[in-house]
Design a protein around this ligand. Structure first.
Ligand code: 0PR
Length: 356
């Protein structure tokens, strides 16, 4: 039997739902070369440990952080959990809470469950961004963390990060920015989202999404290295003395491919990709609007539109990998593998369905 050889992995030519993409060729190559290394054991695998320092330094450049610290995580979920953990450990309260807009990713629900903190979810405004008044009235002296999202999963919106920072500071809470998806497009927009714009304490920024690295490569950045001490546990039988990551053994593939992708693409390659993706999103939004669908203006390369359930199902039956928002809108993420030709073919299928 040759079970794996007989199966083709998903090819990307109809994938419009994913926040992952084809890794850049140099990232693919780097992942393969470092497949058998474990950055969780830097005493044994010093080369990949050195690459991880390079990854954090590059991520710091992308995110406006001068003296960066952090590590390459398994993904946005782990980075978000660890950010909540840092805030919980730092807080004085015995009943700490985390305040987050409803647009926050479900990984914070996992964090709240695991860490036994209360998750307070506040509404978003008419433009799907955190409602500042609601956040203000929700924080109190037990608030350990305020979460802002820079590129939301459903609508690609950026919360008012500097204002959220002020609210967090007013109750001596930390500010976490979830830029898991947005982090590699926001450097090329006017949004205020990073460490240089606001009192951001921790950030999630994932090379394996818009960063074009291989999975698994997430990023956790912290404003100062001492924040990682809240995560560190002693590691008695390793040559290194402590470990701040949530996972133990980790893939060196993710670390190496993140460095390779960022060295190849930061900043010009990512800028070109952002422009291409954003133009595609605007093209798709206009095409859908022309056909009478209600479209959420794509401020980042992510399009949401009200398409009837039956149409959505018919498109899926034609092989399109599309997803829906919590309120049922069609959602298309214009990742690097999504080309204008793909979108034109998608709209072509939509038109064929409509004439029937
Ligand atoms: N934060 C934000 C803003 C996200 O959008 C996501 C993932 C995460 C954190 C969690 O990241 P990891 O999945 O790396 O742990 N958002 C996508 C989602 O949940 C993840 C995804 C990725 C889904 C690829 C499908 C897919 O093919 O929709």
């Amino acid at each position: 039997m040759d079970a794996v050889r007989e199966v083709e992995p998903q090819d990307f030519d109809r994938v419009l739902s994913s926040m992952c993409t084809e890794p850049h060729p140099v990232a693919r190559d780097a992942a393969e070369r470092f497949l058998a290394t474990n950055p969780g054991d830097p005493g044994t695998y010093p080369q990949v440990a050195e690459l991880e320092r390079e990854a954090i330094s590059l991520l710091g450049e992308v995110a406006g952080l001068e003296d960066p610290a952090g590590y390459v995580a398994s993904g946005g979920t782990e980075a978000n959990i660890q950010a909540v953990r840092i805030a919980r450990e730092r807080a004085d309260s015995r009943t700490p809470n985390v305040v987050m807009p409803e647009s926050g990713h479900f990984s914070f629900q996992k964090a709240a469950d695991l860490l036994e903190v209360e998750l307070r979810i506040v509404p978003t405004d008419d433009d799907h961004r955190a409602d500042l008044a609601a956040v203000r009235s929700c924080v109190d002296s037990d608030t350990a963390l305020v979460v802002g999202v820079a590129g939301t999963t459903e609508y690609g919106r950026v919360d008012p990060i500097p204002e959220l920072g002020r609210v967090a500071r007013s109750v001596d809470a930390m500010l976490h920015v979830d830029a898991a998806w947005g982090g590699f497009v926001l450097p090329f927009t006017d949004d205020e989202w990073h460490f240089g714009h606001a009192p951001v304490d921790t950030m999630t920024i994932d090379p394996h999404k818009m960063g074009q690295a291989a999975v698994p490569a997430g990023g956790l950045l912290v404003r100062s290295a001492d924040l990682l001490d809240h995560l560190a546990v002693d590691t008695p039988y390793l040559e290194s003395t402590s470990q701040a990551t949530l996972t133990g053994t980790r893939s060196g593939a993710g670390v190496a491919s993140a460095v390779a992708a960022m060295e190849a693409l930061w900043p010009d390659g990512y800028r070109r990709q952002y422009v291409r993706s954003q133009n595609n999103a605007e093209w798709l939004a206009e095409a859908l609007e022309k056909r009478g669908y209600e479209v959420v203006d794509p401020t980042l390369p992510l399009v949401a539109a009200s398409v009837p359930r039956s149409t959505f199902d018919a498109l899926r039956a034609r092989g399109w990998r599309i997803s829906r928002t919590a309120t049922g809108e069609l959602r298309v993420v214009c990742m690097p593998h999504v080309t204008r030709e793909m979108l034109a073919s998608f709209i072509g299928d939509l038109d064929r369905l409509e004439v029937r």
